[in-house]
Structures are given as structure tokens and as C-alpha cells.
Design a protein around this ligand. Structure first.
Ligand SMILES: NC(=O)c1ccc[n+]([C@@H]2O[C@H](COP(=O)([O-])OP(=O)(O)OC[C@H]3O[C@@H](n4cnc5c(N)ncnc54)[C@H](O)[C@@H]3O)[C@@H](O)[C@H]2O)c1
Length: 304
């Protein structure tokens, strides 16, 4: 169902911001994009056009994009502002303090923070009932979920309006009812990483084997069978029997694992440096990125 056209402002035209802008443009809205870095802002329309091309979408709605260097001009008529600036609390608080003054009182102020609690981001906003988390996943034009995070200050009406706007641009919003670190998706993802790193650290297998096991077992069906429906499918009695044996043996450390800390100390941070949990060449890293993009593009065209 087509909804009304509104004025959406995206703050930060980096990796996430330009792609979030494309989602709202393709959904028929007027989008103002602001970045304090002029070059990044100037490059944004080209990158947004690339997304239209990748998705084979009609790029005519690009005409509704305004790249705006002045924050005031970008937000003065905004109905929804989505902040996608750096993941640094002091920068986000400063942006939100400005939004509190410059955006209309009725505008929803949303943050794309990955992990910072929404009540901390909104600390300097006068009316905090209109501040909400909208955690998009990368890349937002291919991964549809958005976690809409409600802090104890956020009005339910803000959450409901945000969810309705996101549904109107073909995203899949879910309501996160508590302002907890990592929201839902990253908590699940990192719970698995904790166990994966523990298995490698204990010498049960190497990092490549972890990836093989996940991709070729439960990972191959995860996109169509979530863990709760899978439990119901096999029966909760079997799930209980397995958990009773497993839970006492699962990793439950509360500090980052030494294997990870040591690798970061040595500068072995992953594909960018050629070595992380696994070894990478430029070509093999590129192959993984392209494989992911092509797979997600195919999936997303099936969903439409
Ligand atoms: N990269 C991811 O996979 C991912 C996924 C989900 C959420 N996020 C979150 O989205 C946000 C943005 O991440 P990103 O990867 O796009 O970062 P990025 O570094 O690519 O982009 C941030 C942009 O903000 C601009 N900026 C900095 N200060 C600003 C200010 N005061 N006003 C306006 N613009 C400013 C920078 O010039 C830059 O272009 C972060 O909070 C991040 O945690 C990232």
C-alpha cells in the first residue's frame, strides 16, 4: 500500500547513510541527505544510482534527493530524521542536541546506532519521547530487517509511526521493547560467535571448519526457518533433552576471549589486513564480498 510522501532527512552519507537514503527514495519520499564531509556528500548521488542499477530499479525517484551541506536546511521541514553518523556517543549526542533545536517538534528523531543505548543517544534532546532506534542492517537495500528500539523515554506512538513508515518502504521492522545493548539480532549473532571462538580456542576445530559447519548445516536453512520455529518443528521435548546436556558445557565467559584480543593486538583484524581468524588475499576477500552481494541481490529480488 502506497503511503503519503514525507520529508525524510538522513544525517551521515557514509556506508549506511547513502543506502538508507536510497531505500526511502525508492519508496517514494523526498530525501535530504546531510554529511559534514563535503566530498562524501558529493559522492553520494553516484553511489545511490549504483544501488538503483544493482537492483534494476527505475532511477526516476532520484530526482527527489537533495544533498544538503547545511544541517538547518536539511532538517527544518523534516518529518523523520535518521542519524547514521559515526558510532561515537559524543558525536551522536551532539547531533541529537542540534536536531532537538533545529527539526520541527513533530519530527521523529531516529538513530541507526549498532549498540549504544537509545536513552544515552537522546540524553540532550528536550522531548525524548520522539527519539527511537532504527537499527538497519548492512546493506539496507538488500537486508530488510530494521530493529525499532524503544527506550523508556520513547512514546509508543513514535514506535508505531516509525514501524508504519518502514513498512511503507518495503522494510521489515520489528519492535524491540527494551533498550538493551545489541538489541536482538546482534545479541543472537554474538552469542554464536562466543561459542565459535571458544571451540577454536579449545582446539576442537579451526576457523574454516566453523564456517563450513555453519554454512552447510543450520545456516543453510536459517533464512527460512528461525530457531524458535525450528524448535517447534523438531519438538520442544527433543530441544529440552539436547539443552540439558549442552547448556552446562557451553562457553559462558563475560570478557572478550584472549584469542580475539591477541589477534587485534597483533594487527590481525581480518580481510583488510590479510589475516584474521582466517588468511585472506585481496582476491579471496573480494570473492567473499561479491558472493554475499550476489546472493542477497537474488534473495531480495525474489522477495519483491
Ligand atoms: N557499517 C555497518 O555494517 C553498520 C550496520 C548497522 C548499523 N551501523 C551504524 O550506522 C552508523 C553509521 O555507520 P557507517 O558504517 O555508515 O559509518 P561511516 O563512517 O561510513 O559513515 C559515517 C558518516 O558520518 C559523517 N559524519 C561524521 N560526523 C558527522 C556530523 N557531526 N554530522 C554529519 N555527518 C557526520 C562522516 O563524514 C561519514 O560520512 C553507525 O552508528 C554504525 O554503528 C553500521
Amino acid at each position: 500500500m502506497r503511503q503519503e510522501k514525507i520529508h525524510v532527512t538522513v544525517i551521515g552519507a557514509g556506508l549506511m547513510g547513502h543506502a538508507i537514503a536510497q531505500v526511502f527514495l525508492a519508496g517514494g519520499h523526498n530525501v535530504y541527505l546531510h554529511d559534514r564531509n563535503r566530498e562524501i556528500l558529493a559522492d553520494a548521488p553516484g553511489k545511490i544510482r549504483d544501488i538503483y542499477n544493482l537492483l534494476k530499479q527505475d532511477p526516476s525517484t532520484l530526482i527527489n534527493l537533495t544533498c544538503e551541506e547545511a544541517l538547518w536546511d536539511a532538517v527544518q521541514n523534516a518529518e523523520l530524521v535518521i542519524e547514521a553518523g559515526p558510532e561515537k556517543l559524543e558525536i551522536k549526542q551532539a547531533i541529537f542536541a542540534q536536531l532537538s533545536e533545529l527539526a520541527p517538534d513533530t519530527a521523529i528523531l531516529a538513530t541507526n546506532t549498532s549498540a549504544i543505548p537509545i536513552h544515552e543517544v537522546s540524553a540532550k534532546v528536550v522531548n525524548r519521547s520522539r527519539v527511537v532506534g532504527t537499527h538497519f542492517w548492512n546493506p539496507p537495500h538488500l537486508v530488510r530487517l530494521v530493529e525499532v528500539v524503544q527506550s523508556d523515554k520513547t512514546a509508543l506512538s513514535t514506535v508505531q509511526r516509525t514501524i508504519s513508515l518502514l513498512e511503507g518502504v518495503a522494510m521489515k521492522p520489528v519492535h524491540v521493547k527494551h533498550d538493551i545493548p545489541g538489541f536482538i539480532g546482534n545479541r543472537l549473532q554474538h552469542a554464536m560467535k562466543r561459542e565459535a571462538i571458544a571451540l577454536v580456542s579449545a582446539g576442537v576445530c579451526d576457523a574454516e571448519t566453523i564456517d563450513t559447519v555453519v554454512k552447510h548445516s543450520f545456516g543453510s536453512r536459517l533464512a527460512i526457518l528461525g530457531p524458535m520455529e525450528q524448535s517447534d518443528l523438531v519438538g520442544l521435548n527433543l530441544t529440552l533433552d539436547i539443552l540439558t546436556v549442552l547448556f552446562p558445557t557451553l562457553d559462558n565467559s563475560t570478557e572478550p576471549p584472549p584469542l580475539l584480543v591477541d589477534k587485534v593486538k597483533r594487527g590481525e583484524t581480518g580481510m583488510a589486513t590479510g589475516k584474521g581468524f582466517r588468511d585472506w588475499t585481496k582476491e579471496s576477500a573480494e570473492q567473499v564480498k561479491n558472493r554475499m552481494r550476489d546472493y542477497l541481490t537474488k534473495q531480495s529480488s525474489r522477495e519483491v
